[in-house]
Design a protein around this ligand. Structure first.
Ligand code: UDP
Length: 379
């Protein structure tokens, strides 16, 4: 047993529950590593800011839903002000004395052969740790944004930087990342989305108890049910009679209660946090969503036409032109525009099919597997 433990390759995945995407991506790659390498691999996923145990870092997951309120304006200010490598180096120097002890404790608690970052905000600290010889084994950064990518993903010294698109690679190069360290793989998405794409829509609806004879519109606001979801749902319900609207409220309990209280004559179905997203997506005809990179990449694999109602300033903004110019969906900035777009897609089957095929053309179903292989080769 001890001998087997010692021959395992150990990976420590650093993420944080600031939104649902970091954990979803880390789990997707972990599952793929276990599928590919079985007992030979050990992957630990931790919320790095909580595990550091230091104020203010440990508050990030609880602060995040508040910072992204007000149409993400406070978030956007922080994003754009910090999106400069020189400033990030300076901040890392300033907080190193404060963080280094906690980081050393964390690395002792979770011994690993390879560190993998799924969160840009820890990267400047990891760069400092490499420079100060706190860590001498391989480190990888998995940039889980589609096109607009914060420079913190590319702080220097890492062995591998994985990105999701050509646009993201160009950003990495502008940040001075050596070409040979960059790999384009796509966003890491759970294998279940690929599997669900192979079942019929009828079967998915049967499984979920959804009607076969009504168009189904799925509404998702990321892991935290963000944006004006209630107003969107009310407007869509009033403009598109005969349409079944399903909302995944994620971890947003308040949104869940609000929607449950709506009188929809049976046209609205509300779910809390679900682990069954692949089947919900497969059952749907249209996805109304915030431009979260994970949700979008999952929808591409499922081949869903998209109506984007919100994009966080910074990392999600570039996804709007990416989706629209590739013919995968439309941008609808108000609940009224969302309802108009949904109405058009419900009635115009050929338009809906065209967007579905545009969406499918952006799919990278092998991304998680590729990332797992890149990481394995680092150890
Ligand atoms: N998600 C989920 N269950 C839910 C709501 C969301 O599994 O009830 C997942 C969703 O499938 C996606 C992630 O949470 O993988 C959301 O990531 P995204 O990048 O779209 O947005 P974020 O929440 O990070 O802002």
């Amino acid at each position: 047993m001890v001998a087997q433990q010692q021959t395992k390759k150990r990976f420590l995945f650093l993420m944080s529950d600031t939104g649902g995407g970091h954990r979803a991506s880390a789990k997707a790659v972990r599952d793929e590593m276990v599928t590919l390498y079985g007992d030979a691999v050990q992957v630990e996923i931790i919320d790095v800011f909580v595990e550091l145990g230091l104020w203010p870092f440990k508050c990030y997951p609880t602060w995040y839903p508040h910072v992204v309120k007000l149409q993400g304006i406070p978030w956007g200010i922080g994003y754009y002000l910090s999106d400069k490598l020189r400033l990030l180096h300076l901040l890392a120097y300033l907080d190193w004395m404060y963080v280094r002890g906690a980081l050393r404790g964390l690395l002792d608690r979770y011994p690993a052969d390879v560190l993998v970052s799924f969160h840009a905000m820890i990267n400047p600290t990891l760069s400092m740790a490499l420079r100060r010889k706190y860590w001498s084994r391989p480190v990888a950064s998995i940039a889980i944004d589609l096109v607009s990518v914060h420079s913190a993903w590319f702080t220097p010294g890492f062995d591998l930087y994985v990105v999701a698109s050509d646009g993201a690679k160009a950003r990495a190069q502008r940040c001075g990342t050596p070409e040979e360290c960059i790999k384009i793989a796509g966003m890491p998405v759970r294998r279940d989305f690929k599997t669900a794409a192979d079942i019929s829509q009828e079967q998915a609806r049967l499984e979920l108890g959804l009607p076969q004879d009504e168009p189904v519109v799925l509404v998702v606001g990321g892991g935290g049910g963000m944006g004006p979801v209630t107003a969107i749902v009310q407007t869509v319900l009033s403009r598109c009679p005969g349409t079944r609207v399903v909302v995944i409220a994620g971890g947003n309990r308040k949104l869940y209660e609000q929607l449950k209280a709506l009188n929809s004559n049976g046209s609205l179905q509300v779910e809390g946090f679900t682990s069954n997203m692949p089947v919900w997506m497969r059952a749907a005809d249209i996805l109304v969503t915030k431009a979260g990179p994970n949700t979008l990449s999952e929808a591409f694999i499922t081949g869903l036409p998209l109506v984007l109602y919100m994009a966080l300033p910074g990392q999600e903004r570039g996804s709007i032109p990416y989706v629209v110019s590739n013919g995968a969906g439309v941008w609808a900035a108000t609940p009224e525009k969302v309802a108009v777009a949904v109405q058009e897609l419900v009635t115009d089957t050929s338009r809906r099919q065209a967007l579905a095929s545009g969406s499918r053309s952006l799919a990278r179903p092998l991304a998680s597997e590729q990332i797992a292989q890149y990481l394995w080769s680092l150890a």
